[in-house]
Design a protein around this ligand. Sequence first.
Ligand code: ZN
Length: 478
Amino acid sequence: MKKFALGITAAVLLTGGVSAQNITEQNVARTQEIIAGVLEAYGGAERLASLNSIVIEHQTTATAVGQSRAPGPPWDRNNNQGQDAIQFDDSIFVTGTSGTGGGFEFDNTTIINAEQSYQLNHRAGTATPISQADFNTASGPFIRVTPALLVRQLNLRANTARYLGDAEVDGRSHAVISFVMQTGPAISLYFDQESYRLNKSERVLPGFGLIEYRFYDYDNIAGIPFNQRFELLVNGDTNLERRNTSTQVNSDITALTQVPESLSRLAAIDPDPLTTQKLGEGVYLIGGSGTYAMFIEMDDYVIAVGGAAGIPQRISELRKVIATKPIRYGVMTHHHSDHVLGVPAYAAEGATVIASNAHASVVRAAATGDVELKLETVETRRVLEDADRRVEIIDIGPTAHTEHLLVTYLPAEGLLFEADHFTMPRNGVVPPAVSSTRSFAGALARHQLEIKTLVSAHSPLTGTPQDLQTALDKPVVR
Ligand SMILES: [Zn+2]
């Protein structure tokens, strides 16, 4: 009996103990404790709540991992400069960048302001309305590289926050808190245990890997610490280095939302659903959301051209127009990471992947899954021919975008498929040519290809040599 009574006492004590020891309660208490310290370090909850607008000017060096002219390191490094502005009470976000990289020159601004949202192309002198602007999606990347805004978000979404543990960063102990923003996977924030400053954050993007953000050189602006330097690492490799040259807090940003009178206003660009277009007898362009593949029907097989995103869905669509002929070849235009995504899909079809000789190792690395890759490489030209059709796969490189570029040319039809050099905008208004477009035009002339139709991996609209000439002739506005 006594033993039983003791048992009850012990149980009561234990129950009391369990509530204090419960891992979730402990975690919530520790999370709240850290967030309280962080809020104080970032000027206090009140000051952060009254943080309504921020304008940051920056200079950035991007390392073009998997996006350089050569298929391997050392990667090309590209410079750009820009300005980001956010205003929370009206859900306004404005981001502008100008610079060069990958054979492109650019000077663009995106204005997210409800019904008054625009994409500005200052080089072309055009303003295109954005039909479905989303403040949270558009501003997320800026918030993720701005510690004060991450802390503000963390405070607003503290109910999603969890303490993950402690970790060393640069020899100092940090408390790690994870929370969930409106969009994207959970983000882990590393706060210095003494200063409570955010020195590092991390996310895992499925299919992409570990994205790491490092924040350096804090300066106090309007009572809030702002980093003056930032670095982005992808799977441990430096991808982006940025220096913030100016940070303004709670200034009026409405002037930045105005579309300059000098720009010509184009028609809005609508969403781009998955479609199948017949370009000629047995030639189909299938795609949507900015990526397209071309399929060519031969007597007893199909040639697929292009390896950008969504190849499995494009093959499913192909089966509605060509039900049974096997895909015997899948042609990779070039080695860039966004253009070898289709390799596993073609391998799974039992197709032979055709790529530039120089891109063989990148294409092999892109082949995931159990099926063994059949790879055929092209030195200068490969011809596929039967009684009814001739298809030429030609390396027209080098261009300003890549050292080797396989175009697929149908001489009888005068049709040529390429990626990343001449993309018809969906509103049909051709902007001034960039370096990659110029070098592409030069390569077409060198190879003396007779072309009627230019098909691109990034547009549902085909172009003509006249369109290409229009781009070459068009002056750069700014
Ligand atoms: Zn490319």
